[in-house]
Write a protein that binds this ligand. Structure first.
Ligand SMILES: NC(=O)c1ccc[n+]([C@@H]2O[C@H](COP(=O)([O-])OP(=O)(O)OC[C@H]3O[C@@H](n4cnc5c(N)ncnc54)[C@H](O)[C@@H]3O)[C@@H](O)[C@H]2O)c1
Length: 445
């Protein structure tokens, strides 16, 4: 099938590559000329496991192409996927200008019937707004079908998620378009039927509800972690204790230094604004967001408390800059909050990340209080303390024969609870985790 994908970010590029991989012919359009040029040469501009080899392969066999030409893009596919950003505006509501600029360019250039499939996370009512825009702009509005098809991939496993989706939600499609999308997605549904058909508004709300539910689980466990610290309990025991209940489950209840990324924070805010615009007071969404904001400062608060004399001149080794493991994405990352607080207090940072250092370099530029090092051990050289912000696999083992000697102040602040407090103490390190209250007497198991 011939498909156009608008937007070559985490969603658009992954979607385009996966559709090409199963045999569809895909033209990908982006307004970022530099990105399009790099992609056309086979250079993958983002880190996503498994994406680069599939990009190269499908470019080489001609099933995948990239362009900045809006007219060519609008005329190419029968299906037009929209996968552009919907970032937050100053008031938290979703900025829909990129989605509507794609619609306008399709309307300007399209030369036949088109099925417009919106994958960008968009407020409830967007399909209706797009239809209204089309009706205003053209006389033959019934040439265009508009469908909501929210995307549920996770950065870090985007290719895997796209190839083996849990569900494919199709919202607001007439029977003919449902069949078209079933056919398109059939290669991803071989194990069992993944397609769920519903109305457009329910599809749009499903995406927000899913992200807000996951964010709620994280803020909930972080609230419990803070309680555990005060009550002399260990949140890691509590996590296992509650996770074993299948109604709760182990996923998304890892305590830590807050969630970031381009989705949870913005989707929480956008759904809140949607609810408020309806005259509702979405108390839970506000609380989830507030808990997360506070949690992002927890590591710095612990550091400040450890150093009552101040942080001026202190050198911190920092492991992990991306908002989570297996991505180079630093949008809304907890590392940004920590870096800026450390710098404001007069400390400097020697940071390592397996993939996100170029993004941090781009974000902050060169500055004397930030040194980016190629190897995690280099960050420890000459440092006073170690801070762990992202749960990369690379950081899961600490060389306890060396690290205590390398850190002048022998202290570790662990924002992801990668280590056991007793092991750290036995190695002569002062260790701060999240929610690891002083259990008294210590648990012998
Ligand atoms: N990143 C995720 O994990 C994820 C997961 C599910 C859903 N989503 C949603 O998918 C959408 C895209 O997210 P993303 O992370 O891929 O965004 P992104 O910021 O990584 O990429 C967006 C791309 O769209 C391009 N663009 C902007 N205007 C354009 C236009 N008029 N025509 C063509 N291209 C244009 C930009 O240049 C950019 O390359 C958002 O609504 C997001 O909430 C994201």
């Amino acid at each position: 099938m011939k498909v156009t994908v608008f937007g070559t970010g985490y969603v658009g590029l992954t979607q385009a590559v996966c559709l090409a991989q199963v045999g569809h012919s895909v033209l990908c359009m982006d307004i970022n000329a530099e990105r399009v040029a790099a992609l056309s040469e086979g250079h993958c501009p983002i880190f996503e496991p498994g994406l680069a080899p599939l990009l190269e392969k499908n470019l080489a066999c001609g099933r995948l192409r990239f362009t900045t030409d809006a007219a060519e893009a609008a005329q190419y596919g029968r299906l037009h996927f929209i996968a552009v950003g919907t970032p937050p505006q100053a008031d938290g509501s979703a900025d829909m200008r990129y989605v509507f600029s794609v619609i306008d360019s399709i309307l300007e250039h399209a030369d036949g019937p088109k099925v417009i499939v919106n994958k960008s996370t968009s407020p409830v009512g967007t399909v209706d707004r797009i239809k209204a825009r089309i009706s205003q702009a053209v006389a033959d509005a019934d040439r265009y079908q508009v469908i909501s098809n929210p995307e549920f991939l996770k950065e870090g496993s985007a290719v895997e998620d796209c190839m083996r989706p849990d569900r494919i939600i199709i919202g607001g499609a007439a029977p003919a378009e449902v069949e078209l999308l079933r056919e398109l997605y059939q290669p991803f549904s071989r194990n069992h039927e993944k397609v769920m058909v519903m109305d457009a508004r329910s599809a749009e709300l499903t995406k927000y509800a899913a992200n807000c539910m996951l964010a709620t689980k994280i803020s909930f466990i972080n609230e419990m972690a803070n309680l555990a610290e005060h009550l002399g309990a260990d949140i890691e025991m509590v996590r296992r204790g509650i996770g074993s209940d299948p109604r709760i489950g182990y996923d998304f209840i890892y305590p830590g230094c807050g969630f970031g990324g381009s989705c949870f924070p913005k989707d929480l805010q956008a759904l809140r604004r949607t609810a408020e615009a309806e005259g509702l007071d979405p108390l839970l969404l506000g609380a989830v967001e507030a808990v997360n904001q506070r949690q992002k400062s927890r590591l710095f608060s612990k550091i400040q408390r450890h150093y009552p004399g101040g942080l001026h001149g202190k050198v911190f080794a920092l492991w992990g800059l991306s908002f989570k493991a297996n991505t180079d994405d630093i949008r809304e990352a907890s590392s940004l909050v920590l870096l800026e607080a450390l710098w404001a207090a007069g400390a400097s940072v020697q940071a390592h990340d397996p993939q996100a250092m170029h993004e941090i370099q781009r974000h902050y530029g060169a500055r004397p209080d930030l040194k980016l090092v190629p190897c995690k051990d280099d960050a420890l050289e000459g440092a006073d303390a170690l801070v762990i912000v992202t749960e990369w696999q690379d950081y899961r083992v600490l060389n306890l024969d060396k690290v205590p000697q390398q850190l002048a102040d022998r202290v570790v602040f662990d924002g992801r609870n990668l280590f056991e407090p007793e092991h750290m103490a036995a190695a002569g390190l002062t260790y701060y985790g999240i929610g690891r209250g002083q259990v008294n007497p210590p648990c012998p198991y």
